[in-house]
Design a protein. Structure first.
Length: 201
């Protein structure tokens, strides 16, 4: 089955996940805070494990305490670029499967790419949802092998912020993955609906 902009006649609404409320956005942002430290610790272990010598000899605490205005500006710029890239990756995979221009929206507290007029098979939607988490994490870690050592902490922060910020994507993918394999998924950006075929009687 492929993405379609016409829901098959034998399909009906199976489930809805609404993350559009201010409360949902608040809880996602709060829950991402401990994940930032968790992913930071995990990615730091991975990066330190593939580097000789250790690129963090003084630890990340020393990196932050030595922050200057220039370092802070560089980090903020890197995070902004990461946020844009995150949504462009979502949009790129939407385009890959639908061959239609995705919708990009900026709301208070978050941004998203969506394909509100399309219904995607489960496996396609899982790829759309996981692609920024996987690609940005992998690229950030691999780039530490070729960039100057002074850049490595910034790549670690980019990977950590992206992974923590992917919490909403991971929740949606988990929700979709627990549903029947023949469902179709409609992504309106912050409201997600699944449709399944009617059972023959």
């Amino acid at each position: 089955m492929h993405a379609t902009h016409v829901l098959p006649a034998n399909y009906h609404l199976h489930g809805t996940l609404n993350l559009s409320t201010p409360r949902a956005a608040l809880w996602l942002n709060l829950a991402a805070i401990p994940l930032l430290f968790l992913f930071g610790w995990l990615f730091r272990l991975i990066i330190a494990g593939i580097h000789t010598p250790n690129p963090f000899p003084l630890g990340m605490i020393r990196f932050f305490t030595s922050f200057s205005g220039g370092k802070l500006l560089s980090l903020l710029l890197a995070i902004i670029i990461m946020l844009i890239l995150h949504e462009l990756i979502h949009g790129g995979f939407f385009w890959l499967f639908t061959h239609a221009r995705p919708r990009f929206t900026l709301k208070s507290g978050y941004a998203f790419a969506a394909a509100p007029k399309w219904y995607l098979p489960r496996w396609q939607y899982v790829l759309v949802g996981l692609s920024p988490f996987v690609l940005i994490s992998a690229a950030s870690i691999l780039l530490t092998l070729v960039v100057p050592i002074i850049v490595i902490p910034y790549l670690l922060m980019v990977a950590s912020f992206n992974a923590a910020g992917s919490l909403g994507d991971l929740i949606i993918v988990g929700w979709v993955s627990k549903q029947p394999g023949d469902i179709l998924v409609k992504d309106e950006g912050d409201v997600f609906s699944t449709y399944s075929p009617l059972l023959d009687v």
